[in-house]
Design a protein around this ligand. Structure first.
Ligand code: SIN
Length: 516
């Protein structure tokens, strides 16, 4: 593999990333942080890209105090004015799309196209947030009392904590932050310690826009650190809303800590997403949806297709086509446009992939394609594995779990009712899909007795969210909704106001209260 790090130097310079970096930022200037260093190594070639100083508890405290102060000013900015700042950030992201996409790709290991796609999602959510800044409206209701007006309005919450995962190191932050900011909140972002540099680059771009618009320091903050910082955020009553994306285990810990102080939580956790391929499916279309869904981002999306539930009449044919397609996949350096599958995030993820394959076989499943860790030239980082297919039963313990790796489980069904039961028969409830040309099958899948997931698609796969829809899922996925539609309401507080413009004080509920 050529010297990628050298090739990346221009990108690192563009975002002022040095060999050693400070881990805090208030959207205006880098702050000195005093915690331990974390190293960001690329899973692509294993090279150290740079180090970042984490925030010590005293740094965290200073950042929260600054955020509290910034909120007092930012909430007074008219929402469309806040939107104008976000519009300019969207433009700055357009200008930096290629470079930022490249950094995401090198630091996280996803393909160049997917890295650029993440930045595109950031741009799209900026556009969405700009429009939203003029539409944060409530309802008006007719009062039961004469000469009264009743209406509701939406106010910002205060400090919003955003905890993000390595697999979407920049897009998921922007889904949360852009909406939270136009709503008048201030934010504190704790990115994954596996992708600290992509976060730093986002803040670097933002700081130029904030400076030009004289946004108060402390409106948008970055706090680099390990789970210790996540714990501080979850336990801190000054952080009104905590939006956390990651594993179900992490979400349960965050959810319990936030609930213990009656704070608000928005959780977007693991998925165990299935596609049902019926006997009425267009198998060519189903093949593309299934393969991209299963191997895209090396199986490390929350929405990755983990299970294929295939009608018995097309099972053999479809599985044979899948195996053939897997044989054509190019695995390697994700910065090479010819490559379909890059590395896993780190060697620990490889160990989990290997353990899952052992578990599949122990429970009686069979692995249908070549599988395992890849070694040798081009795979020196130790993070590359073969995407593989395994024939299993839905109730295997390993199939009930989310393994963040490109392992696709295939299983057979006879009736649609049975297929829907299998699709729903896992603890998670994020994304789901049916491949069918039959209207009745599609509608049954989408009905109240159909898919129990937050996302249910017809004739597209389970992954590849559009920002316009609300994103999230049920059961162990956590129940939160981020991004589009009316997800903004989670970032604001609703106030119901009743105004009496008459000369009497009639009471609600028919109460007659005489004084004197
Ligand atoms: C994710 O959040 O893991 C996936 C979003 C998508 O499917 O694009």
């Amino acid at each position: 593999m050529m010297d990628l790090k050298k090739d990346m130097q221009e990108v690192l310079d563009q975002f002022a990333i040095r060999a050693k970096n400070n881990g805090g930022s208030d959207g205006i200037a880098q702050q000195l942080t005093k915690g331990a260093q974390i190293a960001s190594n690329s899973p692509v070639d294993g090279q150290l890209i740079a180090e970042v100083a984490t925030a010590a508890p005293t740094d965290y405290e200073a950042i929260v105090l600054r955020a509290e102060e910034a909120f007092l000013a930012w909430r007074k900015w008219p929402a469309p004015k806040r939107g104008e700042v976000i519009r300019q950030y969207g433009q700055a992201l357009r200008d930096n799309k290629e470079m930022l996409g490249k950094l995401v790709s090198y630091e996280m290991g996803k393909s160049l196209q997917e890295g650029a796609g993440e930045v595109q999602e950031m741009i799209d959510i900026c556009d969405f947030a700009v429009g939203l800044s003029r539409q944060l409206h409530g309802l008006t209701m007719h009062s039961e009392r004469p000469d009264h007006r009743m209406y509701e309005q939406w106010h910002p919450l205060g400090i919003v904590g955003i905890i993000t995962a390595f697999n979407f190191p920049v897009a998921v932050w922007s889904w949360n932050a852009m909406i939270a900011l136009v709503a008048g909140n201030v934010t504190i972002w704790k990115p994954s310690e596996k992708t600290p540099l992509a976060a730093q680059a986002c803040m670097h771009i933002l700081s130029g826009v904030f400076k030009a618009n004289q946004v108060p320091a402390g409106v948008c903050n970055l706090v680099q650190g390990t789970t210790e910082i996540g714990k501080l955020i979850a336990a801190d009553p000054r952080i009104v809303l905590v939006s956390a994306t990651g594993s179900t285990r992490m979400g349960m810990a965050v959810g319990q800590a936030v609930a213990g102080r009656l704070g608000k939580c928005l959780l977007e956790l693991g998925g165990n997403n299935a596609i049902i391929v019926t006997e009425n499916a267009d198998l060519k279309l189903a093949l593309t949806g299934a393969v991209f869904g299963a191997v895209g981002t090396a199986g490390q999306r929350c929405t990755t297709t983990r299970r294929l539930i295939i009608h018995e009449s097309v099972y053999d044919q479809f599985v044979a086509e899948l195996i053939k397609a897997y044989g054509q996949l190019q695995i390697g350096n994700p910065l090479d446009p010819q490559v379909h599958v890059g590395p896993l995030i780190d060697e620990a993820a490889v160990v989990q992939y290997e353990a899952a394959l052992v578990a599949v076989q122990k429970e009686g499943g069979s692995i249908l394609t070549p599988a395992g860790k890849l070694e040798g030239e081009g795979f020196e980082s130790g993070c590359y594995v073969r995407p593989c297919i395994a024939a299993v039963q839905n109730d295997y313990m390993i199939v009930q779990q989310e393994t963040f790796a490109p392992i696709l489980y295939v299983m057979k069904y006879t009736t649609l009712e049975e297929a829907i039961q299998m699709q729903n028969g896992v603890p998670q409830g994020l994304s789901s899909a049916i491949m069918t040309g039959n209207l009745k099958e599609a509608e049954k899948f989408l009905s109240a007795s159909g898919s129990d997931c937050g996302i249910a698609n017809v004739n597209i796969g389970t992954s590849g969210a559009e920002i316009g829809g609300a994103f999230g899922g049920e059961k162990h996925t956590g129940g939160g909704r981020e991004s589009g539609s009316d997800a903004w309401k989670a970032y604001m507080r609703r106030q119901t106001s009743t105004i009496n413009y008459g000369d009497d004080l009639p009471l609600a509920q028919g109460i007659d209260f005489h004084l004197g």
